[in-house]
Design a protein around this ligand. Structure first.
Ligand code: TRP
Length: 330
């Protein structure tokens, strides 16, 4: 059995331009975690995206976009191994091994492909296999903790079962990971109050210019109270977004201003814009530089992949030995 090195791992599917919902709901919460673990890995799940992104140009663009976005938002590639899933061939070998001990019935119950099927979408075999590949992503690095949103909870359950099942059949080999679902991270509403999502067309792009950001913030739906009326922060979209970016103290002070009356919606939106702009100005500038420098991004990703592979090869060797396929991976 492996030593349990406290290891945190997250995968991000490259799909589309990141928006403020991604930043507040996933990127910012993940950034703080790297320092709390001895080992931290962050990868671009390009082969997972292939189940849905089937346009070469879009795929390539999105891969660089994810890398530039996370780096711009503050991932330190010295501290966190940042790599492309496709650069780690061991992932795909482990996925096969896990598929051979994982019950088909476990995959039959997975929400992700069942939802796609229910919506009448074409379900490719990759979508069905998705949880096995994800289990391999996680188990290959003896991951102890996987921070994920609620929608990924079942996938982590499947990864745990896959590890337990392998260990049951071949002896203690794989580390069983824990999910870390941060219940405090709220769902970020979009301009219309629905969850902020590309498919609802209600997003604020993360790297919109100051000018675009201002004009999008001005479009957020509000009540029709008069300027002098007190306003209820808890039912306000503008406040919900403000609260998600601001510190708890800033949020409390803003709630008082809402309740006191005398502050119009225009002013409330202006405060939100100022706060968002202050938070995003640095990342926006870094993103512009990074996304124009693919050579640098390639270097960071290659370095991350080389370091990640050193761990991957060792785990896979343990797995091979456990199964009797006792040829060391090269
Ligand atoms: N399925 C995840 C998503 O849709 C992405 C992902 C792939 C992932 N492999 C992972 C997340 C491993 C955490 C760990 O966002």
């Amino acid at each position: 059995m492996a030593d349990r090195i406290p290891t945190v791992l997250t995968g991000v599917k490259p799909s589309g331009t990141p928006h403020i919902g991604n930043y507040l709901g996933a990127i910012r919460p993940a950034l703080g975690l790297a320092d709390r673990y001895e080992r931290s890995l962050l990868f671009i799940a390009d082969y997972h995206a292939l189940t849905t992104v089937q346009d070469a140009k879009e795929m390539t663009e999105s891969i660089y976009d994810v890398a530039a976005t996370w780096l711009a938002c503050g991932v330190d590639p010295k501290r966190t191994l940042l790599y492309r899933q496709s650069s780690i061939p061991e992932v795909f070998e482990l996925a096969w091994v896990l598929a051979c001990t994982t019950a088909k019935g476990l995959l039959d119950r997975a929400h992700a492909f069942k939802d796609a099927e229910a919506r009448g979408k074409h379900v490719n075999a990759g979508l069905y296999w998705y949880p096995v590949l994800m289990a391999a992503d996680i188990l290959l690095f003896d991951t102890t903790v996987v921070p994920v949103g609620k929608d990924q909870k079942q996938h982590i359950e499947i990864a745990r079962e896959a590890a337990e099942r392998f260990n049951h059949v071949f002896g203690e080999t794989l580390v069983v990971p824990e999910p870390a679902i941060d219940e405090n991270v709220m769902t970020i509403p979009g301009l219309d109050g629905e969850k902020m999502s590309k498919s609802y067309g209600n997003v604020i792009p993360l790297f919109a210019s100051s000018k675009e950001l201002r004009s999008l913030v001005m479009k957020i739906k509000t009540g029709s109270e008069a300027l002098e009326d007190p306003k209820d922060p808890d039912t306000s979209l503008v406040y919900a977004l403000y609260k998600a970016v601001a510190t708890p103290d800033e949020a409390r002070a803003a709630a008082e201003r809402y309740r006191a009356g005398g502050m119009g919606w225009g002013h409330a939106k202006h405060e939100l814009f100022e706060r968002l702009d202050a938070e995003l100005a640095g990342p926006r500038e870094r993103y512009a530089k990074l996304s124009a420098d693919r050579g640098y991004l390639d270097e960071v990703l290659a370095e991350g992949a080389a370091r990640a592979r050193r761990i991957a090869v060792e785990t896979l060797w343990r797995v091979r030995k456990a199964t009797g396929i006792d040829r060391a991976p090269v």
